[in-house]
Design a protein around this ligand. Structure first.
Ligand SMILES: [Cu+2]
Length: 410
């Protein structure tokens, strides 16, 4: 109860909503070169308590995964938001239920995910997917605001167990029982302490020891009480075990195994990428990439988007790229200047061309991405989206070292 009081006090002192929760704090090398999230959708922006919102999309694990970051050999898909304001109902990776961790995720490949969340506490909540990578930490995806309306007291989380027992309120189910056991053991512990603490303590006992009269410290009655406490505890534990086993004969332990799923099928052809040079123009707040692109498809391809660190730089000169944007996608994640390409002439089938991609935006500073310039591993990366005339998309990965410059060189 005391800790609940402290928690209540803290909650009343702390601000009720957090505007951000660390999405800009992760190292730029992780944000530009590990997990790239794309095609994200949030099914709703506004809902009532007990309604659900579905967040889904895809992610690519970069081939150029940073050396300093543990490989995604064990991952757990979750969400980020301010505490348990939304309850997770379902999670899937490639359609496989993902309440457990996934192992052996493959670099250079894509995965599909879906997370269903249920409104629990009214408010405006920033909802992100998060991939927790064992030994590396959480890698956060793009966030969108979701408003939950209504009354927190109306929240219901009913569950029907395997044996058909209907639990109306899973939030408080079993809590009283756990508290009863804790209080019972605490009572025995306190009584045992009082039994000893009521005697003269430290100095008098030390003097008795000095005189070699240990026999005076522990009496026959103490022995009897100690034996009584041992018997009492054994009876409580054994009787409790028998009673619980009889009440719940079928139990499923918490599952600790891991799951494997094949990545999504790999595209057989596409655009081969070679990064010739990358620079970050410090005064211009601009990242420029000089990239050699070879079109291995049989369609002319236009360059539509460059995405990195949860920012989408859209080439507004390519209608297919503009058409591919979900109008509900968070605007703050699509920098206004977008992607500027030196030539918007589509790359013909079989053609090899060096293209300069320019992404100029204050977002590089605001999102605290420029610290890649002070990293011991100054590299950057991202995904380039290409579109054929029918709007079919091809995705290529680009990554390589980046140089800080104070004057445009490419
Ligand atoms: Cu956020």
């Amino acid at each position: 109860m005391a800790c609940m009081a402290v928690a209540a006090l803290l909650l009343s002192v702390l601000p009720q909503t957090a505007a951000a929760h660390g999405e800009k704090a992760t190292e730029p090398s992780i944000r530009t070169r590990s997990v790239h999230w794309y095609d994200l959708t949030w099914s709703t922006q506004k809902m009532e308590v007990n309604d659900t919102v579905t967040m889904q999309g895809k992610f690519r694990l970069m081939n150029d995964w940073p050396d300093a970051v543990a490989q995604p050999s064990l991952v757990f898909l979750s969400t980020a938001g301010p505490s348990a304001v939304l309850t997770r109902v379902e999670t899937y990776i490639n359609g496989v239920p993902a309440q457990q961790s996934f192992k052996k995720m493959e670099l250079g490949r894509d995965y599909d995910f879906k997370i269903v969340m249920k409104g629990r506490v009214p408010g405006d909540w920033h909802l992100h997917p998060v991939l927790n990578v064992h030994n590396a930490g959480p890698i956060i995806g793009p966030g969108a605001w979701v408003t939950v309306e209504g009354n927190a007291a109306d929240f219901k989380a009913p569950i029907k167990t395997m044996t058909g027992v209907q639990i109306d309120d899973s939030e408080s189910y079993g809590v009283a029982r756990a508290q009863m056991w804790q209080a019972g053991y605490a009572l025995i512990a306190v009584a045992w302490l009082i039994w000893w603490l009521r005697r003269p303590l430290l100095i008098s006992r030390w003097r008795v020891l000095q005189k070699g009269r240990e026999d005076l410290l522990v009496t026959r009655t103490d022995d009897k009480v100690a034996a009584g406490v041992v018997v009492l505890l054994l009876v409580v534990v054994i009787a409790g075990y028998i009673k619980i086993n009889a009440e719940f004969p079928q139990l499923v332990p918490l599952q600790g195994g891991t799951v494997y799923t094949e990545p999504l099928p790999e595209a057989t052809n596409g655009i081969a990428i070679k990064l010739k040079r990358a620079e970050y123009d410090v005064p211009g707040r601009s990242m420029r990439l000089s990239v050699e692109m070879t079109n291995n498809t049989d369609q002319p391809l236009g360059i539509g988007e460059f995405t990195t660190a949860n920012l989408r730089f859209i080439n507004k000169m390519l209608p297919q790229a503009v058409a591919a944007i979900d109008p509900k996608y968070p605007k703050e994640l699509m920098p206004g200047n977008g992607l500027v390409v030196d030539s918007n002439k589509p790359i013909a089938p079989g053609e090899k061309r060096v293209v300069v991609l320019d992404t100029t935006d204050v977002a590089w500073e605001v999102e605290r991405l420029v610290s890649f310039l002070t990293n011991v591993d100054s590299r950057t990366g991202g995904l380039i989206f290409f579109y054929d005339p029918q709007g079919k998309r091809y995705i290529s990965e680009v990554a390589g070292p980046i140089l800080p410059v104070f004057k445009k060189t490419i």
